[in-house]
Ligand binder design. Sequence first.
Ligand code: DP6
Length: 362
Amino acid sequence: MTQTDFIPKPVSKTIESGTFTWSAPSNIALVKYWGKKAHQIPANPSVSFTLNACKTITSLSFQNKENHNDFSFDLLFEGKPKEDFRPKIEKFLQRIETYCPYLKQYHFTIDTQNTFPHSSGIASSASGMAALAMNVMSLEKELYPEITDDYFYRKASFLARLGSGSACRSIKGKVVVWGKHADIADSSDLFGVAFPAKIHPNFNNYQDTILLVDKGEKQVSSTVGHDLMNGHAYAEARFNQAQGNLSKLKNVLENGDIQSFMQIVESEALTLHAMMMASMPYFILMKPNTLEIINRIWEFRQQRNIPVCFTLDAGANVHVLYPESDKVEVLQFIQSELLGYCQNQQYICDEIGNGSLLINNE
Ligand code: DP6
């Protein structure tokens, strides 16, 4: 598929008004997306676990309007006006306009909320943009009832990507690949696809306990970090490494080899942060407590022979990943040894989930 496949024919009908509500989860990358080309095309393919508990719930109400020249929307966060989010939404609407030419016909009210604490340091852009893209596609489905389910979800992921790259992995599927890769059938730089092979039962209900190490505003946004991969001394080697790691991880997800899983995932997390440290200008998003936690996890793993590993996103928080069968021991370890390194002892228990969900359609 190419991007022109997502441009619809001129719309023949108008709908007066309606409301949809979708939830979309956050996701945690195992092979990281870090570096992009123009139009949100990733420099390398990535793969993530879809989460279950950390999600954004967004309602989109629309009303036909007379003037079709501009975008028009009200933005609410937890029911109250939220002006700071407007520029992001405005930019998103501009980016998707070619593919959704009907948007200027309506006035929208967007009401959004997250299940995870505000300013927890958990990125809401993936779940937020995914939930909004699902709502836009519900409107598109009303206007073009003939579109197939497959097209609906592919285009939702395509639109979400234009809002925030990682958001395209929050639409559908437990494990999602985004970016063209020779070993993954149907993979594309334009949208995420559900992992095409059967996943080994060792990964059923895989757990992700998120340790909130630092809830402060990040000094360097992901968008700036991606940009710093242009002209980065190690960029090409890193993009090749990600290709190789995705091949390896594909096999691991099928054969259930958790030792290799931990090795690839931890190496990806540390490489992501190594890229940040080797950027010009350089920066560090880990905090001393991030390193303390990593060392404690390594000690625990060695002493107890329990397959617990970590990954990091673009921040100081630590995602602790482990099989469901080890939940009791690992949670005990987290509570007794790791919570002291978290801000206000805060953590979130999550696990692999399925993707976005329609909550309401009026
Ligand atoms: C480190 O998707 O937030 O979490 O496309 O600029 O919105 P933009 O970036 P974003 O980058 C996420 C980077 C990451 C790795 C990952 O999720 O793959």
